[in-house]
Design a protein around this ligand. Structure first.
Ligand SMILES: [Zn+2]
Length: 216
């Protein structure tokens, strides 16, 4: 866990048990990242092996939920969350205007993300990391590919080719009934996620982003 702590920042928000399912991720990686991509205007998942677009409505509900939205801040890197870079005169920090916090940019219709939200599916925790760090972290969760002899490599590519040909012959596009059933199930998961998040917000909950400020 300490190794992770050096690379990733914990995001102290509740993790819905159905989060990745509601977002449309059905892989089996322990760690999977989510972010919004302006190109195509959709939510993306990436586990270091597989990536694709997810169910955008679930992301919108999640990111804007009152159990989540107030916590999407990070300590300002320029002043390390202190609000000033000048301890003598106490001038406000240029980067964060003295607040010590910067809004966490997980991507939007107008801006590329500069951080990814990373879910630890085993511990049920959220982390955030700058994209380059997140990518490397996700790739490193997989064992390195084995060293193959040229013969093994050849056999491997032939096996892939056969599998692709077979898939091409047998694959059928989903019927409209199947698509509709999938959509209905996804909407249902999204509703369950929102209901679960609603249950996380206690009456008079006054968590402020300043709870994220670094202790100095
Ligand atoms: Zn600052």
């Amino acid at each position: 866990m300490n190794e992770i702590g050096k690379l990733l920042t914990t995001l102290p928000v509740p993790v819905p048990p159905m989060f990745e399912a509601a977002l449309g991720y059905d892989g089996d990686a322990r760690y999977v990242a989510f972010y919004w991509q302006p190109t195509g205007d959709e939510v993306m998942y990436d586990d270091g092996h597989a990536s694709g677009d997810g169910d955008w409505w679930a992301w919108i509900e999640f990111e804007n939920h009152r159990a989540i939205a107030p916590h999407l801040w990070l300590p300002c890197p320029r002043c390390e969350g202190r609000g000033t870079t000048n301890t003598l005169e106490n001038d406000p920090c240029d980067a964060c205007d003295g607040s010590g916090l910067l809004h966490l940019n997980l991507g939007s219709s107008d801006f590329e993300a500069d951080h990814w939200l990373i879910l630890d599916r085993q511990e049920r925790k959220f982390y955030v990391a700058p994209i380059v760090t997140a990518r490397r972290f996700l790739q490193e969760q997989w064992p390195p590919p084995p060293e193959l002899t040229p013969e093994e490599e050849q056999a491997f590519f032939e096996a892939i080719q056969r599998a692709v040909e077979e898939l091409n012959q047998t694959w059928q596009p989903p019927s409209s009934e199947e698509l509709e059933a999938r959509l209905t199930a996804s909407m249902q998961l999204c509703r369950e996620m929102v209901a679960w998040l609603d249950g996380q917000v206690e009456e008079g909950d006054t968590h402020s982003p300043s709870s994220l400020r670094r202790e100095k």
